[in-house]
Design a protein around this ligand. Structure first.
Ligand code: NAI
Length: 335
């Protein structure tokens, strides 16, 4: 039996985690969950939101499923998410984004993938207070990390039958940092003549995404633009409640939804577990449980097609009702 780290998080984290585990169990996949808590709730007891035991668990099991963790705005502890990605060198943040059945959106046939560099840029945490009225943050970009993520994006394109990689920067303004990211992507692109290579500035990219998202295939971005643009892309296909994600490195992989801990609806049984479920489906594919992944996806799509949706998608189903609906469809598929 495969052991997988399960990071429960806070806010809506525990609700959507419980929902997804129930669904996976119903699909007949035997997984031994190594449950780890992180975030605001463990600070008081353990002095840190990301105790060493969590990192050790992921290192031991190589794969984790993670629900969102709150990061206090302003001063305080560094984000658990940023720290986890950095400590485990999960350099690629992969966020596939496509229309789901019966989820009404402005556009049909959106099918793009955001590949976001996950370890540096303004997220490197090199910030300082110069005086009471001045603070600065260093945007660190290295050739090594940029070439590595560009290679990941092109390999992903080749392996997933994608036609184009579009690198997104603001290299006209951040000439050295974004310039280096762009130059690295150009260098790597030369090794993939079968994949079309395109360059776009991030502001124009946002406008183009809102007007005509179907023109994009694989988007390659530095960390900050990737974070922002992937939420925009989530909005194109139904919002954060359906947006899946994965953090992948050479040795470890952590699957998690794009959204945060949604404190505004936490504990109300209102959260949409779809984003977490889609992330878990990708995790099952990653560990070779492809049949179960297919069954769960089918049950999820049948549930949506039957018009059972949570409030964020305009429906009236509670998180628990939606979960039960997926499980009842799964029961028919498993038989
Ligand atoms: P958020 O993603 O938690 O929420 C934004 C909006 O989307 C809210 O209105 C929320 O109710 C809604 N929403 C999000 N997920 C949903 C779901 N599954 N079903 C239904 N509605 C959903 O973003 P926000 O409010 O900016 O951040 C809250 C906290 O989460 C912050 O502390 C932030 O740092 C943290 N965060 C954590 C992430 C992670 O653990 N990977 C990622 C993003 C934010």
């Amino acid at each position: 039996m495969k052991t997988i780290t399960l990071i429960k998080g806070d806010g809506i984290g525990p609700e959507i985690t419980d929902a997804v585990i129930k669904i996976i169990n119903s699909a007949g996949v035997a997984i031994d969950w190594d449950i780890q808590t992180a975030g605001a709730d463990v600070i008081e007891k353990e002095g840190t939101p990301l105790p060493q035991r969590v990192l050790e668990s992921v290192k031991r099991n190589k794969v984790a499923l993670k629900s969102p963790v709150t990061t206090p705005i302003g001063k305080g502890f560094r984000s658990v998410n940023v720290q986890l990605r950095k400590e485990l060198d999960l350099y690629a943040n992969l966020r596939p984004c496509y229309n789901l059945p019966n989820v009404i959106t402005r556009y049909d046939k959106v099918d793009l993938v955001v590949v976001r560099e996950n370890t540096e840029d303004l997220y490197a945490g090199i910030e300082r207070q110069i005086d009471d009225n001045t603070a600065e943050s260093i945007k660190r970009i290295t050739r090594g990390a940029s070439e590595r993520i560009a290679k990941f994006a092109f390999d992903y394109a080749v392996n997933n039958n994608r036609k184009e990689v579009c690198v997104v920067t603001k290299a006209n303004i951040c000439k050295l940092s974004d310039g280096l990211f762009l130059e690295s992507a150009r260098n790597i692109a030369q090794n993939y003549p079968q994949i079309k290579f395109r360059e776009i500035l991030v502001d124009n990219c946002c406008m183009q995404l809102v007007q005509n998202p179907n023109q994009f295939d694989v988007l390659l971005l530095p960390n900050l633009y990737g974070d922002i643009v992937s939420d925009l892309c989530a909005g194109l296909v139904g919002g954060l409640g359906v947006a899946q994600g994965a953090n992948i490195g050479k040795d470890y992989a952590v699957f998690e939804p794009v959204h945060g801990s949604a404190p505004d609806i936490a504990g109300e049984d209102k959260a949409n577990p779809t984003a977490m479920l889609m992330s878990a489906i990708e995790m099952l594919n990653y560990i070779g449980e492809k049949e179960a992944a297919k069954r769960i996806k089918l049950a999820l799509f049948e549930t949506l097609n039957a018009g059972i949706k949570t409030a964020d998608l305009g429906g009236s189903a509670k998180c628990s009702e939606f979960t039960d609906a997926v499980i009842s469809r799964l029961a028919i598929l498993v038989k």
